[in-house]
Structure formats: C-alpha cells, structure tokens
Ligand binder design. Structure first.
Ligand code: ATP
Ligand code: MG
Length: 674
C-alpha cells in the first residue's frame, strides 16, 4: 500500500530515487520508508532530549512512555479525602484572607440533623490543608499520571471497561501488533483511555501537521461538550436547590454564574451559585449554617463545607443525585455581571471556547487549576485566553482564520504564557470590549506585596482586584505551559517525519492533555436543550436593566417551568460583527488559503496597509519597514516596553530595535517550524 502521507523528506527521497536509479516502485518505496523511519528515530531522540527541560534527572522519559499503560488504582486514590467525605460531615473552614492553604484553619463539625439547622455540635478537629499535591515539590509538574478527583471518581467504574476495550494497546508498538496495514481495522483500535477523543477520528492523513492538531482540538471539544442529558441534570439540580432556598427564605432567589452560565464547563466542573435576597442580609455565619443544614436535611447536600470567614464566604457541597459540586455565595452580583461579560467575549471571539476548555483540561490534569493550592482558576484561565486572542497580531489583523488555526494558536498560547510573558512587570487587563497589557508599576493594587513574579489579571468588574491573586504557584503553571509548548512542537516534528503507517492512531494533543473520565459520546448537544443558567442570567440582566436603583436582589424564577425547555429550532447563526472580520468563515465552500507556515489565512490576500478598516498585519507585527515610528495604529507588542517582558524574550520582542527582516523572520519562523 502506498504511504499516503509520508514525511516531506521521505517523499522527496522516494521521488529522487525513482528518477536516478530506475529501481522498481516497490524498492524505492521500501528505501524511502527506511529513510523515513531513520528520520523519525532521530527526530524522536531529539524530541526526547528536549524533554530534559521537564526534569533534570531524566526520569521523565520513563514516566512519559508509561503514560498510556497506566491504570488508576481506585484504592489508592484520595484515601484521606474519601474517609472524610464518607462521614458526611459539615466542615468549617476559616480563612482570614490569606492566600496559602497552610494558613487555613479547618474545623470539622460532626454530622447533626438538628432541627434548628444551626451547627450546634461543632467540634474542633485537627487542622490541615487541602489534599497533598505531589506537584508542590516542584519536581514533576508535567506528570499526567495525576488526575482530577472528579474525573477519577466519575470514571472509576469505567476503567476496567476501558482497559478491556483497549487491551492495554500500545500505540507505539503498533507495527508489531498489526504487521499488515490492511488488517488494521478501526474497530480494533477502539479506545484509548488517555485520549479517547481520537476514537474513530483519525486525522493522520492531514498534509499540514498543524491542521491535524486543529482537528484534534475540535474533536476534544466536541467530546468534552455536554450532552442533552448532562444539561438536563444540571438544570434540574439548580431548580431543586432554588426551591429549597426559597422554601427557607421566601424573600430570596438563587442565581447561577461561573462556567455553567458561560458554557465553559468540563464534565466535572462545579456549579457556582449566589443567593440574593430583598433584605440583603444573608451573608453571615448564621445564614450560612442555616442553609447548609437545611439542604442537608432535605437530602440535597452531602459533603457540606461552610467557609464562613473567607473574603467571599461560601458553602460547598455535593448534590447527591447528580454528584455535582456546588458552591453557594451570598448577596453579590459581580459573578452575574461577569457571566454576561464572558458570554459577550465568547460571542465575539472565535476559538475562545475551544482554547479555554483545552487549557482548563490541561491544568486540571496536573492539579494546577485549584486556586486553594495556588493553581489557576477557571475565571483567570478565561481572561488569559481572551487576552491572548485579543492581542495576537495575526488574529487582531484578521490575517488568519482563528477556527482554522487553533493548533498553531494553542502552541502560541503555551509559548506566550510559558516562555515569553513578563510576569514580573506586566499585568493583563480585560474589559468587556477588549484586552490590553498594563505596567504593574502603575497599578500597585494589582501587585503581589511578597513577590514581583506573580500573575496579575485586572478584574473586568473591579479595576483594583487582581483575580489571579490566589494563584501563587505561578512558577509551576508557567513551567507547565512551557513544557506543553516543547512537548507539542516536538510531537509535531516527530509526526511530521513519520510514515502514514506510523501516524495512524497517534494523538498530538494527547501529548499534553488527557481525559480520564467516563467514556463519552462525541455529542455537543448544547443546541438541543436550553441551558437554564444562561437563560436565567439573560433574564436577570434584562430585568436589572429596568431597575433604576442599585438593588442586588432580582428574582429570575417568576413563572419558571420546572421541566426543561427543549429547543425545536436550531439557534440562528451568530451575526459577524462588521468591525471585527477576523473570523469570517469561507463562504460557499470557498477554501481558506493555507500559507507555507501552516497558518490558514482569513482572507485570500493580506489586508492592504492602506485599508483604513483593517490594520496592516506588517504594521501590527512591527514588520513595516516604512514605519517611521509615528504609528497611530495599535501595536500590541511595541505597546509593552521591553523591560516589561521576561529577560529571555527581550531579544525577540523588542521589535523596534531590530531590522524589518529580522522581525519578519521571527514571525515566519513561528509557523514554519511546524
Ligand atoms: N478572584 C476572583 N475575583 C472575582 N471574581 C471571581 C474570582 N474568582 C472567581 N470569580 C467569579 O466566580 C466565577 C466562577 O469562577 P471559577 O474560577 O469557578 O470559574 P469557572 O468559569 O466557574 O470555572 P470552573 O469550571 O473551573 O469552575 C467567575 O466567573 C467570577 O465571576
Ligand atoms: Mg466554577
């Protein structure tokens, strides 16, 4: 069988041999396959050498190779936590506003179903921080063997099934198992427990390796997106909790914000809710305990924790029927405002949802997504990805079609936040209508008093609030991003030189993320069932628009039907904003044009510099040789003084100090490498 997508060098070799030696096609083919294999080997060893960046003692190699064979031992997972949770107790966590988990006082309260709903049987228990995080020692941040609790618990019952299906299948020894290419049926390569999104979705024949990655990203997002059933369960869960809240406090209502209200949730994501009342008096210790006990008595909450003394007091629990984790805060509207802003970003920014979900899964698989252990929370992730897309020169200039270049953009994103971003001096600002970089020097409220090396993201709802203030483990987060950049680029090189045969069944994205939950379908059914959190948030904002005084309380549940609303018609296509043509999809089968560097351009020709409507890509990238420095256009790179960027990145980014050709080469090399 003719190799369909041999490496470019392999292909060249094959043609050359045919012409010069006059050997048979078969011999030439064999020869070229051998060459390709040699190339692949050398590329692999180069890639493996590069893995050394992750761990000085090189142990990472073995860990990485064992990734696909690894099994979860349910007995060893979260032992301590399970013990605590089995007790079905209420836990009081007192947080005096400090960032580090070690400083939290945890007080356990034994389970009591007392009628008054107050926690009368409080007992002090041993103090301790959250579960041990093996990443704390900062030695093996990249380890994918750790999986998020929710995924594991959801998937524990499926592990055996997955193993059976996969039969411990080793993709790296694919050739040995299936010496005859024709015998390889997709049904045999059924399921890979680490990257199941490739199941029956093979993109190994893509000419551009970057396109393969883009398609894998889309598959992952389709795989992870909610089914009709999941949306219905989430809707029903909110309705149940809301009814209980209203039964306890008739003057109150429950609103949803966070990832469920923005469609940015992973299967294991929590639901963030807030109770607002017309009296505005529910944010106090008594009320927190009252609600916690009330929900527990009604069997709507298990594993209840009351975090009473935090800056934002909340109760946390798991709704027993759905097993969804729920956070309830009190008497605030900023989350409800943020949900609207984020939905606005999503509507206007192609690729934002895809990249956010990938980064969320990436960090969650490394336990770097929990703010209580210094990780990056969902809100910070959204802001970072939004800022990245808003300020990316090629996206900004409408030079590329974002949706067709998700692969390159993901690599760029990892490179920016893993290698180039100047955490010491730069803050990210995101507003409802765009993003910009700020100099930390000018915004003392965003600075971390303990260290300059910190992530600062200005809250779109409060300019003095740094929403990533709690992400103190930024070193590991940065390292993980940098590692992902290296892993992805190495994998691209490796697969680019591989033969078609060797590529089949491989994953690029699987090098940096994994999914260890319950096996899912590739069904994104968000258009089939209304997400009540979104519908209610929209209603909330419509109602608030009519309120003249600044009341926190707005009831959105008037006339709420308890059953789910099914959408019969497909939602109308999003209107493209005329002023932001960056992602206009090619019309009527018109193909977007791929450039030699693997980027798909949004337009068949580059925007002209004289075009007043769209800024010249050359100028935006600092490439315009005629640039006299009197640039009235916006240049996101030159906007940031060189001193604000990391030392390593200064030579690359200080565009004004190098000539146009060097700058051009820099940008071209970013894509050409792939
Ligand atoms: N540090 C913060 N400052 C202000 N608001 C915050 C902060 N962290 C979270 N929020 C609010 O809480 C909401 C939920 O935050 P969270 O970090 O849980 O993100 P999420 O989108 O729900 O992601 P996930 O699916 O991981 O839970 C945000 O949309 C925001 O309104
Ligand atoms: Mg959340």
């Amino acid at each position: 069988m003719e190799p369909r997508n041999m490496s470019s060098s392999g292909l060249r070799a094959s043609r050359y041999n045919n012409k010069t030696s006059g050997r048979t096609n078969k011999e030439a083919l064999k020869e070229s396959q051998k060459r390709a294999k040699r190339l692949r080997k050398s590329s692999l060893s180069k890639a493996q050498r590069n893995f050394a960046v992750f761990n000085k003692d090189n142990k990472h190699l073995n860990k990485y190779e064992n990734l696909e064979l690894e099994k979860i031992d349910p007995d060893q997972d979260n032992n301590g936590e399970d013990e605590r949770l089995k007790k079905n107790q209420i836990v009081l966590i007192q947080d005096d506003g400090c960032d580090t988990p070690q400083q939290l006082d945890v007080v356990e309260i034994s389970d009591s179903d007392s009628e008054d709903g107050e926690a009368q049987d409080q007992q002090e228990a041993s103090s301790g921080g959250p579960a041990f995080n093996a990443l704390d020692d900062n030695r093996d941040y990249i380890s994918l063997s750790m999986s998020s609790d929710s995924e594991d618990s959801a998937g524990s019952g499926e592990e055996d099934e997955s193993a059976q299906l996969s039969g411990n299948y080793d993709y790296d020894n694919y050739d040995d198992e299936y010496p005859n290419q024709d015998e390889k049926t997709t049904s045999k390569r059924t399921f890979n427990s680490d990257y199941p999104w490739i199941l029956n979705h093979d993109h190994s024949k893509q000419r551009e390796i970057a396109d393969w990655l883009t398609l894998e990203i889309k598959d992952f997002v389709a795989y992870i997106s909610p089914s009709q059933e999941e949306i219905t369960i989430r809707n029903a869960t909110i309705s149940k909790i809301r009814s209980a809240v209203k039964a306890l406090w008739p003057d109150s209502d429950l609103h949803v914000f966070g990832s469920f209200a923005t469609d940015l949730y992973l299967p294991g994501s929590d639901i963030d809710c807030v109770v607002n009342s017309s009296a505005g008096d529910k944010e106090n210790r008594n009320c927190l305990y009252s609600l916690a006990s009330f929900l527990k008595r009604r069997k709507l909450a298990t594993q209840v924790e009351v975090i009473a003394k935090a800056r934002v007091p909340i109760i946390k629990f798991v709704e027993p029927e759905s097993q969804i984790h729920i956070d309830v805060s009190f008497e605030r509207i900023n989350g409800l405002e943020a949900a609207k802003v984020i939905r606005g970003w999503l509507n206007e920014t192609a690729g934002l949802r895809e990249l956010v979900l990938i980064v969320k899964q990436f960090l969650s698989a490394r336990r770097l997504n929990n703010v209580h252990t210094g990780g990056l929370g969902g809100f910070s992730i959204i802001c970072l990805v939004y800022a990245f897309l808003q300020l990316h020169p090629r996206v900004l200039s409408a030079d590329i079609n974002t949706k067709e270049n998700l692969g390159i953009l993901l690599i760029d994103l990892f490179e920016l936040y893993g290698k180039n971003f100047g955490y010491d001096h730069v803050a990210v600002s995101v507003q409802s209508d765009g993003a910009s970089y700020l100099s930390k020097d000018k915004y003392p409220s965003l600075q971390n008093p303990r260290t300059s090396f910190s992530l600062a993201i200005q809250d779109p709802g409060d300019p003095d609030n740094n929403i990533s203030r709690g992400s103190f483990n930024i070193r590991d987060i940065k390292k993980a991003f940098a590692g992902a950049f290296d892993l992805l680029t190495n994998r691209c090189f490796e697969l680019d030189t591989a033969t078609f045969k060797d590529r089949v069944g491989k994953s690029i994205l699987g090098n940096v993320i994994k999914y260890r939950g319950k096996q899912r379908d590739f069904k994104d059914e968000r258009s089939l069932v209304i997400n009540k959190a979104i519908a209610e948030n929209e209603l909330y904002h419509r109602k608030r628009g009519r309120i003249v005084h600044n009341e926190v309380y707005t009831d959105v549940s008037d006339g709420e039907k308890e059953q789910d609303i099914y959408v019969v018609e497909k939602p109308a296509k999003k209107k493209q904003k005329k002023s932001k043509p960056r992602d206009k999809e090619p019309s009527n089968g018109e193909k977007s044009i791929g450039s030699s560097n693997g980027l798909k351009h949004a337009k068949s020709s580059r925007p002209k510099s004289t075009n007043s409507g769209s800024k010249s890509v050359e100028r935006l990238m600092g490439l315009d040789a005629t640039d006299d420095g009197d640039d009235d256009g916006y240049d996101p790179l030159n906007e940031v003084p060189a001193t604000m960027l990391d030392d390593d990145s200064k030579p690359d980014i200080r565009m004004k100090s190098v000539d146009a050709q060097t700058r051009r080469d820099y940008w071209l090399s970013k894509g050409q490498a792939l």
